[in-house]
Design a protein around this ligand. Structure first.
Ligand SMILES: [Zn+2]
Length: 463
């Protein structure tokens, strides 16, 4: 793919650039705050070649065909479907908390082809990764969104994070992208003089350097069913880890689904049952059935999970006893089921499927695997909605251990999936692990995810 010379391009009239002449005028008239006209970058339009830039990757090159203004620009020719380009600016001193304003021109034949990242470094030249930044990239990113072959002007305003001592621009075509883009006439305000260190050890030097996780565009934000397992009464009480979990959900004004092991409901204290009812009344929680006792059982020397290798009558009784205890102590039956595990074998069998079909209150199955033939057959009967798993998108990497990076990587690979139910075990969450859970949720919030109750969501799907 090759872009024709500039003369063939009409000047864009998209909304992002329409006001640029006006903006320039305002700057000239001095009616904008001083910072808006500052440009601390050396050689911002590549007129002096590579001065002020660190361009070592094979995809980026100064080119006389790539100019927006002047005689040079930077052309990125990316024909690698896995790696992206990696041109870096010099580094400039910056103060934590300072407001930085980035602007640049870009044209390409692909929408969402590249982004310009602000890489902040601390006083020890280490790259600062801020998990609150969008796209999981850990750095503020200004993505060039258009892809119509016209020049567009893009801007980003951001604050230097705590601990920041210097900043560089990283111009990067996204890993999966293939095509050509030109960038030119950068401006960056809010920065100090050029920093002595130009190329720290942690700077990306080549296209082989792992890029931050890039999120392909989604048609719509995802629906998220937070599924947490194993609530039961201990010494007549609700464990503090559950209270911490529920308080966090409420503090973020989101929703979650808590799986109850029903056996202790029969002996529920007013404190335990009262806490559940209180959470339920907020409208932010659905309590669902996670088995009667969650115990494995042994037959002929083999260990089976609670709902595997048991008769229909036995399994039916486990549901009925659980529903009765829920009605008696909580005032409502369960509408959603997720089978307990424990043994590395199946967590349900054909009898369980029949019980789900027969239990009058059961409407939703948090299916422990990706959908299969048995799940499809049950769903086709129309009574039970089967919500299935995407293994790669889960709170916990190993059972009991929330893993943020792992989550974002899996999420990035599933842009077409409408919903995810993501599973966790708060009783295993030490403070460090809980922090990782919080990072995952805050990342999803930044993605405009909608957190839903399993029953509510299933009812929408059913329509
Ligand atoms: Zn469990």
């Amino acid at each position: 793919m090759f872009l024709p010379p500039r003369s063939l391009f009409a000047r864009s009239n998209c909304s992002c650039c329409r006001f640029w002449p006006l903006l320039s005028l305002l700057i000239l008239l001095g009616t904008l705050p001083l910072h808006a006209q500052d440009n601390g970058l050396e050689n911002p339009g590549f007129e002096d070649g590579v001065n002020g830039w660190v361009i070592k990757d094979s995809m980026s090159a100064i080119s006389a065909e790539a100019f927006h203004d002047g005689k040079n620009g930077l052309r990125i020719s990316d024909n690698d479907a896995k790696a992206g380009s990696a041109a870096l600016s010099a580094r400039y001193k910056v103060e934590a908390g300072a407001t930085l304003k980035l602007g640049f021109w870009e044209r390409s034949d692909k929408p969402g082809f590249l982004g310009v990242y602000l890489y902040f470094y601390d006083a020890n030249d280490q790259l600062i990764n801020d998990p609150a930044q969008r796209a999981g990239a850990g750095h503020p990113v200004c993505g060039a969104k258009e892809g119509d072959g016209q020049w567009h002007f893009y801007t980003l305003s951001t604050q230097a994070p705590a601990g920041a001592a210097s900043v560089a621009l990283w111009i990067h075509s996204f890993g999966a992208a293939v095509g050509v883009a030109d960038v030119d006439d950068f401006s960056l305000s809010g920065i100090g003089e050029k920093s002595a260190t130009q190329e720290p050890a942690s700077a990306p030097k080549s296209v082989a350097t792992a890029a931050p996780v890039e999120l392909p565009p989604r048609k719509a934000p995802p629906k998220i069913i937070i599924k947490v397992d194993d609530l039961r009464q201990i010494d007549g009480k609700v464990n503090g880890l559950w209270i911490k979990f529920a308080n966090f959900i409420k503090s973020r004004q989101i929703k979650a689904n808590i799986g109850i092991i029903a056996e202790t409901l029969e002996i529920a204290t007013p404190e335990y049952a009262g806490w559940i009812k209180e959470q339920q009344a907020t409208g932010r929680f659905e309590f669902w059935l996670h088995g009667w006792d969650h115990q494995t059982h042994v037959e002929d020397g083999k260990t089976y999970n609670e709902f595997d290798h048991r008769s229909y009558e036995d399994q039916k009784k486990r549901f009925e006893r659980s529903q009765q205890a829920a009605r008696d102590k909580l005032g409502f039956p369960f509408h959603t089921f997720g089978p307990p595990g424990g043994a590395p074998t199946a967590s349900f069998d054909a009898q369980t499927i029949q019980v789900m079909q027969d239990d009058p209150d059961m409407k939703v199955w948090l299916y422990p695997t990706p959908i299969d033939a048995a799940g499809k057959q049950l769903a086709a009967k129309g009574k039970v909605v089967v919500l299935d798993r995407v293994y790669a998108v889960n709170i916990e990497g190993k059972v009991g251990v929330p893993e943020y990076e792992n989550f974002v990587a899996g999420y990035a690979k599933n842009p077409d999936r409408e919903y995810f139910f993501i599973q966790g075990h708060p009783m295993h969450w030490t403070p460090d692990r809980f922090d990782n859970f919080v990072k995952i949720i805050d990342f999803l919030i930044s993605q405009n995810a909608e957190f839903v109750l399993a029953s509510e969501y299933a009812a929408q799907m059913g329509k």
